[in-house]
Design a protein around this ligand. Structure first.
Ligand code: AGP
Length: 605
């Protein structure tokens, strides 16, 4: 959460800072700010709200200076207002920060006892004042290291110094930070995507590392302040390209490109000639795997939940799943024959990254299913299976979810094959069906016209309920999550069979209830659960891949997606739910790509 940019150049930097901040807005959009240095003066400009507002301020009162730092904020400590916006500057230094300083209250008390005054409610300001104090008898690098030694928590920092007008210092502990190189210009950024328009030469800081960059030079230091060399990555041409093209917003583009991204993913993993799956180099002999534990947050957790059904159905392996923020605090019994799989689009989610660290400390084998391959989680895993979805910018995850499901399904199949849990013919049939997914996704997207009509029915609703059984249960959870995060409408996802144990009390005349009922072993049972809802006045929206039942007096709306086989139905059933959330949010005039209170990459606990 929060995005950082820093530029040291031989020409004015404010316009490039603004352009990079626009790319970083997916990380936070509560407030924005920048600081440049002109004639040894820290020129700070901040606003609440979007980068657009900051741009207007700069248009009226331009900021000069060939060196500067910028920030977009997702508020943690202190409300989202101008005072709490970053940078936080003293007369001597200016700081932008991503992450949380866990001992900020303690440090604040110590500094206040010395007579220092705080302007904001943020945890960041302690860093500004600690560096300012340390600078009284140290050089910038020493004062940053002295300050880092006092901080607890995880963070990335960008720091500008009034009296050392040619350098920016960056530091990383837990939160991502990249360095970019160009001629007469060097950069600091929360990710390579923000730097892509300026350079394709990137290095990534590891935990505990610090960098000092000027326009002509970058030096790196490890946690012991020893100079180190870093590898430079060259980003490929099409890496990180993110443009919404003719679409109204990134989310609609990402929904409608799912057929293409799914095709990319399937092509990467399926060897059509050999009718086999290209997954080798397992970190653990698949035949010896005792248990698989799948871990993720939000939508990524939902894909773990779908995978649990697949792995249980296809393999003889024992499966467990957990939400990363719970996993990291459980008293777990680690087993070296277990495989721990981490699912994350961004690869930077703090809880997932911390859960991975715990596994590493316990010396068990880890795998990550990831979209951003240069991310922290990918780099820290023993084994990486990319989803090949391309940059996902909309805060609500869509194409990454489908990509995660595809990779998890492919992995389940491959494990089943290696362990002799699956018949060769069934294995090949599943591969054949997988290859039909892109076309079937395209077909599923054709439900959009009906969904636009259906979405109107949600405008006056007090809430809504999404119900499914088996692997449709996680899809119900995902449908409810999409609707609440995009349209701010209350939505509950439940296993349909669980309704009678309490949630049925919520059903009243006209409450929209979305029934997800594919043609599987649960179909008839889900219909019975639907009757219980109808009897209590619920307004039914029925989503299926079954040719049977769609026109029924008690069903307000029926939607059908193509049927491939029972296992693959969760992938196709997701599409109408994404479209529903999108169209309800559109009708409610919500900010589709940047829903309130959220951010794309959750790098705080
Ligand atoms: C999805 O729509 C969400 N915005 C959110 O739940 C997200 O999936 C979660 O924060 C995990 O992110 P990750 O996949 O980048 O780890």
């Amino acid at each position: 959460m929060c995005g950082i940019i820093g530029i040291a150049s031989n020409k004015p930097v404010s316009i490039n800072i603004i352009n990079s901040l626009k790319k970083l807005e997916y990380r936070g959009y509560d407030s924005a700010g920048l600081a440049t240095l002109t004639n040894n003066f820290i020129n700070e400009k901040k606003c609440s709200g979007r980068v657009e507002e900051l741009e207007k301020i700069l248009f009226k009162t331009p900021s000069n200076g060939n060196i500067g730092i910028g920030h977009v904020r997702w508020a943690t400590h202190g409300v989202a207002n101008v005072i709490n916006a970053h940078p936080h500057s003293s007369e001597q230094v200016s700081v932008v920060h991503n992450g949380i300083i866990e001992n900020s209250d303690e440090i604040k008390k110590e500094l206040e006892a010395k007579g220092l005054k705080f302007k904001s409610q943020t945890d960041t300001e302690v860093i500004t004042l600690l560096i300012t104090e340390a600078l009284k008898n140290s050089n910038p690098l020493d004062s940053v290291f002295k300050t880092l030694n006092k901080l607890h928590g995880s963070f990335a920092l960008g720091i500008l110094f009034k009296n050392f007008s040619d350098i920016i210092i960056g530091a990383r502990r837990g939160s991502p930070l990249a360095v970019g190189y160009s001629n007469g210009e060097n950069y600091l950024g929360s990710d390579s995507y923000a730097l892509k328009s300026m350079t394709n030469k990137i290095s990534y800081l590891d935990d505990g590392e610090v960098c000092v960059l000027s326009k002509d030079n970058v030096n790196f230091y490890d946690a012991n302040q020893k100079k180190i060399n870093k590898k430079t990555h060259i980003l490929s041409e099409n890496e990180n390209i993110a443009d919404k093209g003719e679409y109204k917003n990134f989310m609609s583009k990402e929904i409608f490109e799912q057929s293409k991204t799914a095709k990319n993913c399937i092509n990467e993993y399926i060897d059509s000639l050999k009718r086999d799956i290209n997954i080798y180099d397992f970190p653990l002999d698949p035949k010896k795997i005792n248990k698989i534990i799948l871990i993720g947050c939000g939508t990524a957790y939902h894909s773990c939940l779908v995978a649990k059904y697949w792995l249980e159905e296809l393999t003889s392996i024992d499966i467990e799943i957990d939400i990363a923020s719970e996993f990291r605090y459980r008293r777990l019994k680690f087993n070296k024959n277990n495989l721990y799989i981490f699912v994350s689009q961004s690869g930077e989610t703090a809880d997932t990254a911390a859960a991975l660290d715990i596994c590493k400390k316990n010396k068990v084998k880890t795998c990550s299913i990831i979209n951003v391959v240069e991310s922290t989680i990918a780099r820290n895993s023993d084994w990486v299976l990319p989803i090949h979805a391309g940059p996902e910018i909309g805060v609500a995850s869509t194409k990454a979810f489908i990509g995660q499901l595809l990779v998890l399904f492919i992995l389940s199949l491959k494990l089943a094959k290696i362990r002799d849990d699956i018949d060769e013919k069934i294995y090949e049939k599943n591969i054949k069906n997988l290859k039909k997914i892109p076309v079937s996704l395209q077909e599923s997207l054709k439900t959009e016209n009906n969904i636009q009509v259906m979405a109107k029915e949600f405008l006056k609703a007090k809430g809504s309920m999404f119900l499914g059984r088996g692997s449709s249960y996680p899809i119900a959870l995902e449908g409810a999550l999409k609707l609440k995060e995009l349209s701010y409408l209350h939505a509950e996802g439940y296993p349909a069979g669980e309704m009678k144990h309490g949630p049925l009390a919520l059903i009243e005349e006209g409450l929209p209830v979305i029934i997800i009922a594919p043609k599987d072993k649960y179909f008839e049972k889900t219909l019975s659960n639907m009757q219980e809802v109808i009897a209590r006045g619920g307004k039914i929206f029925f989503i299926t891949d079954n040719k049977k039942i769609i026109a029924n007096d008690n069903i307000r709306f029926g939607l059908r997606v193509p049927f491939l086989n029972n296992l693959l139905s969760p992938i196709l059933l997701t599409i109408p739910l994404q479209l529903l959330a999108y169209h309800v949010a559109l009708l409610k005039n919500c900010d589709i790509d940047k829903p309130r209170n959220l951010a794309k990459s959750v790098t705080v606990e």
